[in-house]
Design a protein around this ligand. Structure first.
Ligand code: F6P
Length: 525
């Protein structure tokens, strides 16, 4: 026990200005791990210095990686980039202030009451996390999200907005400007407004890469405003670009606070030795627990409701960055770290049973917030508040897991404030970059997601051809005959397409047993 106390003290990291503490004492590692990883961590720092100086750190896409410049434009490699960052930030603040104050109104002259944010992946997860963590109550504009191409999900948002659709600012965020889910959301919302006799362009804002399809549309239709997503900002590191800053500012969140917290953390994560660098400590822990192969999942447990979307946000940041088939030398490596979690103590009543007693294939990241928040110090038992319970449950779970050979690390934040949230985002962005260097992969591209998108496109084209064929003939088709007529090797893709069309009464009928597709007779309806 004495050893553990010494280990706790000697590895404890604290950042006085941010009030951040990182405790890695409950991660099991040896002196030889430290010796083995020290040179690799030195190299990771050199890689990061080159990245920040403007190297092509994403070689596959021949791109610079510049999210660190967003919070300290002085780091940007050219005056043009510096100027673009600063002027965009000023424009965001100015635009948001006008909307919040009511000096910029809807085309009918009414004050905006709501913000409907359309985006997916990095264009939604950061704004969702930050809204949940930091939006004041009541916010100047209440935020809603459409982050999928699910008609039912969209209808629910529409129903909740009700007549306030007329006073809703619609933000369409897509770096590429061509993501189908976001495009569909935009078309559906546009349809709602048009049906209600409202002027969509007069209520719409685009956040996208300059010259993208979305950008061109916004120019052609004279949307209310446009803000750029720079080429050197990746989707999953875009929370402190216009993608995250605009919705935050519209909700009255202090974006300068977020940026200054991130900038302070950025400084703290470039220091040596690595034992005094919180992002390096994280990367080191991820490496030793998962043996550099991601063999342990990262369970993220903030004991604070406001931070409950952090693990979803982190899932993309970590898994899209690190989940790669090949390393930079072209070797097949199948890397990655799986991330999941929600919040404590809630999850203690869901899956923590398995963490304590079941398969030991994870490490936990506890996030503690020192200040309870809320407005009650009610004693639920003599001398004990609800907040004391939360704190006690965190410590108890950490202890119970460690006793059962389950490792964890703990991050302690002073509060949930713009500064702390900015710092948290910056900490993990940097840790992902360092870990990528340790395992020698490109953290800044995402070739894997293209495969699913291409397959979906060919399925939709098959649907069009199938519908055409079914409608061109009065006689029913068997599934096999339809597949043959469409030149398919086997009919399974048609099962999915036809079942979905029939269930939605989209002009076809299936007679036969739905459990035996070869019995189907398919005809127009
Ligand atoms: O498909 C993956 C991805 O490209 C993510 O990397 C990105 O955050 C998301 O899609 C959304 O992309 P965009 O902002 O270009 O619409």
């Amino acid at each position: 026990m004495q050893d553990l106390w010494q280990r706790y003290q000697s590895w404890l990291y604290h950042h006085p200005e941010l009030g951040f503490t990182l405790d890695i004492s409950r991660i099991r590692f040896s002196d030889s791990d430290v010796t083995a990883l020290t040179p690799k961590l030195g190299q990771a720092l050199l890689d990061m210095q080159a990245l920040v100086a403007g190297a092509i750190a994403n070689p596959d896409e021949q791109r610079m990686v510049g999210h660190y410049w967003l919070r300290d434009p002085q780091l940007a490699p050219t005056p043009d980039i510096r100027q673009a960052i600063e002027s965009t930030r000023e424009r965001i603040e100015d635009f948001a202030a006008q909307v919040r104050s009511g000096s910029l109104t809807t085309p009918r002259g009414e004050r905006f009451t709501d913000l409907l944010w359309l985006g997916i992946g990095g264009s939604a997860l950061g704004p969702q996390f930050v809204a949940e963590a930091l939006a004041p109550y009541p916010p100047p504009l209440r935020i809603w999200f459409i982050d999928n191409t699910d008609p039912d999900g969209m209808a629910r948002v529409k129903a909740q907005l009700g007549s306030r659709l007329a006073t809703t600012l619609v933000g369409v965020a897509s770096k590429s400007g061509g993501t189908p889910e976001t495009r569909n959301g935009m078309l559906e919302v546009r349809h709602w407004l048009t049906e209600a006799g409202l002027d969509f362009p007069g209520q719409a804002v685009a956040v996208t890469g300059e010259g993208s399809r979305l950008d061109r549309q916004a120019v052609a239709e004279n949307w209310l405003a446009r803000f750029p997503v720079f080429d050197w900002v990746g989707g999953r590191t875009s929370e402190l670009s216009a993608v995250g800053l605009l919705p935050a500012a519209l909700q009255g969140i202090d974006i300068q606070g977020m940026l200054s917290g991130a900038a302070l953390m950025d400084q703290a994560t470039m220091v040596e030795p690595w034992q005094r660098n919180p992002a390096m400590l994280l990367a080191f822990c991820w490496y030793v627990t998962g043996q550099g192969r991601g063999s342990k999942d990262m369970v993220v447990l903030p004991y604070k409701d406001r931070l409950q979307l952090f693990s979803r946000y982190l899932q993309q940041l970590v898994m899209e960055s690190l989940g790669k088939s090949h390393d930079l030398k072209g070797n097949l490596v199948h890397q990655g770290i799986a991330v999941y979690g929600n919040k404590g103590s809630t999850d203690q009543h869901a899956y923590v049973q398995q963490l304590r007693d079941g398969i030991n294939n994870f490490f936990v990241t506890f996030i503690e917030v020192l200040q309870d928040g809320g407005d009650s110090q009610l004693e639920v038992e003599p001398g004990i508040t609800s907040g004391d319970y939360l704190s006690g449950l965190l410590q108890g779970t950490r202890q119970a897991l460690y006793e059962n050979q389950r490792d964890s690390l703990t991050l302690t934040l002073p509060d949930v404030s713009p500064r702390s949230v900015g710092a948290l985002i910056a900490l993990y962005e940097r840790a992902v970059g360092f870990y990528a260097s340790l395992i020698g992969i490109n953290a800044y591209h995402q070739p894997g997601v293209e495969a699913g998108k291409k397959a979906a496109a060919s399925i939709l084209s098959l649907q069009t051809q199938a519908m055409h064929l079914i409608h061109s003939q009065a006689q029913p088709f068997t599934l096999e005959a339809l597949a043959e007529a469409l030149g398919l090797e086997q009919p399974e893709p048609l099962v999915w397409i036809l079942r979905h069309l029939a269930a939605n009464r989209r002009g076809i009928r299936i007679d036969g047993d739905w459990g035996i597709p070869s019995s189907w007779k398919i005809q127009r309806d």
